[in-house]
Ligand binder design. Structure first.
Ligand code: URA
Length: 288
């Protein structure tokens, strides 16, 4: 059994124990999983060829990111998906009540855990929730978020087919200010990082896009300028990370050259995942 699978299993068991302790007597289980559970025991080690995420890397046979068009999952894949869902649900419960940063706990409306498809090969990581995200409990829903959504759509995807999270799960407080946001401090990032790492461990994304210098610093510990880093894959725990500009920067800097750079970064990401790239997408900025 792989270490990742063991972790998922442990998290699932923990979740079930917590449900039991809270008085839950029954949990819904899909017909497919029941069938898999009653089948003769088989090794559950995930072969690279059967790994739902790894197989998506091959350009020749990209895994559709839209689950509505995906092929039927094997019982093992289904069990792994359910284990991931359970692990993420357990993690969400613990993160939503996190009290590690007293100042942020005091001022936040809610914890902004993250949103999207945990089974996607692609994860976007931003900085921290702003006022809109704090109010709605979802990352990237303000103006910068709307631009991020457009970028995701230009890649032929939608918000719900990728996972979006932040380095910080709570809005940084802004004492003495009535509006605006502030960057997370190093201490806040360090304190909050385990939540993101747990999300990454459960999700096992094929590629992470780090949006802006703060996300790059928080995730990779790199303080080299984002202008130098963007467009060059880095590696985090074996996962390729593409640093690119934060959408808020694109809103402030309307230069076509900057938009083109972000788009080129996304083309690299699409290639890495094995997403189809149309001629129109390839030439997007030549046509504008
Ligand atoms: N900026 C971020 O980095 N994250 C959000 O969720 C919103 C804006």
């Amino acid at each position: 059994m792989s270490e990742a699978f063991r972790q998922l299993l442990d998290a699932t068991l923990q979740h079930m124990e917590a449900l039991k302790a809270a008085g839950t007597k029954y949990v819904p289980v899909s017909v497919e999983t029941l069938a898999a559970l009653s089948a003769p025991p088989r090794r559950l080690a995930v072969r690279p060829s059967a790994h739902p995420v790894l197989t998506a890397s091959r350009p020749a046979a990209p895994r559709p990111v839209d689950s509505s068009t995906s092929t039927i999952d094997s019982p093992e894949t289904l069990m792994k998906k359910e284990a991931k869902d359970a692990a993420l649900a357990a993690l969400r419960q613990s993160v939503l009540v996190c009290q590690k940063c007293p100042a942020l706990v005091k001022t936040r409306s809610q914890v902004v855990f993250g949103v999207g498809d945990i089974h996607s090969p692609l994860m976007f990581v931003g900085e921290a929730p702003g006022a809109d995200e704090d109010a709605q409990g979802e990352p990237f829903v303000g103006k910068a978020g709307q631009l991020l959504t457009k970028i995701i759509q230009a890649m032929g995807l939608s918000r719900d087919t990728v996972f979006i999270a932040n380095i910080l799960k709570c809005r940084p407080d802004t004492p003495g200010q009535t509006a605006g946001n502030r960057k997370p401090t190093l201490d806040e990032m360090k304190t909050c990082l385990p939540h993101l790492l747990a999300q990454i461990d459960i999700m096992e994304p094929r590629v992470i896009v780090a949006l802006g210098a703060t996300a790059v610093a928080g995730l990779l510990g790199l303080t080299t300028g984002i202008t130098k880093l963007r467009g060059h894959f880095q590696t985090f725990r074996g996962i390729p990370v593409m640093p690119t500009y934060h959408p808020a920067y694109l809103l402030r800097n309307q230069a076509l050259a900057v938009k083109r750079e972000v788009w080129e970064d996304m083309l690299q990401v699409m290639e890495k995942i094995g997403l189809p790239i149309s001629k129109k997408q390839r030439n997007f900025f030549l046509a504008h």
